[in-house]
Design a protein around this ligand. Structure first.
Ligand SMILES: [Fe+2]
Ligand SMILES: [Fe+2]
Length: 471
């Protein structure tokens, strides 16, 4: 195990002190990052003591330390999972060759693009969530929001390290650009659409952490397979932190469901109007939020048929998530039956269908939470079931772009589709209703009326613990 040196300005386990030039370059970028955090992060909570976990090693047991921190003083550092000795390339045309410790010249710009695209999502989500603290449903949730925020900041550090260490001047310029683009900015938006969507209420935050952070998990898993070993090691450690973000989403939505069921029981009704009047989120409205964020996140996997992803795989840059689970790691002769909007299936080379394969395994992972939430609904004696929308619903890239497909996967007449869209994704009035519920609750142990308390606190502390001390 490589220990992290906390005496250094930038905590790291990459022996930064052994490379003065790199160290100086990163120490030059550090104040720019802090300035960005100060302007675009959760700026109104800079003096709060937040009970946060900080990475202190990459050890499987006990990699994190917990304690109260002012967020601007969080120790953002550079942590890579330990190197696997003699690691070999695990897929593609160069399978079996030694993994790369440096970037091969011919893949330089593609790898840089992959790293920049991943890196861009990290600060984007902090920007999207920057005002949520004002309407937190509890101090427990407030703490979780900030935990996610500081770790996305660390993920930015992880990508910036790779850019600085392996891409020279271009990499340093890209690192500056990562702080210059902003979520939703008219002139310099973030690279991917989902990361420009505003997250102005906590239901959206829970959906985002459930669906969009899970896309992050799948992207990181596929980059963890990369032949470029420093990228692989970086992503492997990021996945450790990412798990908590999805936990926040899954338990957040689960607690909304529990609270809604309680209100339904108290009132003895399934009538959304009455449930809303009692200050809870009716299940059909929750379903609309799931439809919105799931479909938006599905676009992040890219087009169904993609020559870029074929090349990235063949060249060893980006594998499939959990590449080990497959038999064939070269895919030069395999075919994929791709359903098309005209009702036919097209046979495409498996290599060109990898985005779709990733999307399918992502959706399977998404099902897990739905099963859990539906079990709670079933146990409460209700017939309503939450579902994932069809992967062809509301797609804005790929084979299904702008196809009038219902969440059930039915191709409709365009006007039918348009007419019903507000039944499927949140309408302005749905959003206004949910926003109206967002009132800050900041008494330790107290919860907003639209969400049930969590089953347990953080790091074995009680739910009533003062996770954030506001000044
Ligand atoms: Fe992240
Ligand atoms: Fe995340």
């Amino acid at each position: 195990m490589s220990a992290i040196n906390y005496a250094e300005k930038i905590p790291n386990n990459v022996n930064l002190a052994g490379d003065r030039t790199l160290q100086r370059a990163l120490e030059h970028w550090q104040p720019h990052f802090l300035q960005w955090w100060h302007e675009m992060g959760p700026t109104d909570f800079e003096s709060a003591d937040v009970y946060l976990r900080t990475a202190v090693s990459v050890d499987a047991e006990g990699w994190a330390q917990y304690g109260p921190v002012h967020m601007p003083e969080y120790r953002w550092g550079i942590f890579l999972a330990d190197a696997a000795p003699n690691r070999k390339i695990g897929f593609g045309d160069r399978m079996g060759e030694p993994a790369w410790q440096q970037v091969p010249g011919e893949y330089r710009s593609t790898l840089r693009r992959l790293i920049v695209t991943q890196g861009d999502t990290e600060p984007a989500s902090v920007e999207q969530q920057r005002l949520l603290g004002h309407t937190c449903p509890s101090l427990y949730d407030l703490r979780n929001l900030f935990q996610v925020n500081v770790e996305e900041g660390r993920h930015l550090w992880a990508m910036v390290y790779l850019l600085h260490a392996y891409f020279g001047r271009d990499g340093r310029e890209e690192a500056e650009e990562l702080l210059a683009r902003h979520s939703g900015d008219a002139d310099k938006p973030r690279i991917l659409t989902t990361f420009n969507e505003p997250i102005s209420d906590w239901l959206s935050f829970f959906c985002f952490t459930y669906f969009t952070d899970r896309d992050g998990k799948y992207q990181l898993k596929s980059l963890a397979e990369s032949a470029f070993d420093p990228l692989s090691r970086t992503c492997r450690f990021m996945l450790t932190e990412e798990a908590h973000h999805m936990f926040v989403g899954e338990t957040g939505i689960g607690r909304v469901v529990r609270r809604t069921l309680e209100v339904m029981k108290e009132l003895g009704t399934e009538d959304p109007v009455k449930i809303r009047a009692a200050g809870a989120i009716d299940l059909p409205t929750l379903q609309k939020y799931l439809n919105f964020w799931c479909s938006s996140s599905l676009d992040l996997f890219g087009s169904e048929i993609s020559s870029n992803s074929a090349a990235n795989f063949a060249n060893g840059l980006k594998g499939r998530p959990d590449e080990d689970q497959y038999q064939d790691h070269v895919l030069r002769s395999a075919m994929f039956h791709m359903p098309m909007p005209d009702g036919k299936t097209e046979d495409v080379p498996m290599l060109n269908a990898l985005n779709e394969i990733m999307r399918e395994s992502y959706l399977k992972d998404c099902e897990i939470g739905l099963k859990r939430w539906n079990r709670t609904i079933e146990r409460a004696g209700h017939a309503f079931r939450l579902t994932l929308p069809s992967p062809h619903f509301r797609r804005s890239i790929g084979a299904w772009v702008n196809q009038p497909v219902s969440p059930e996967g039915k191709l409709l007449a365009r006007n039918d589709f348009e007419r019903q869209l507000s039944n499927w994704i949140p309408s302005d009035s749905d959003r206004a209703f949910v926003k109206g519920l967002m009132q800050r609750v900041a008494t330790p142990g107290k919860m907003a009326g639209w969400i049930a308390p969590p089953e347990r606190g953080i790091n074995n502390l009680p739910v009533e613990y003062e996770y954030v001390h506001l000044h």
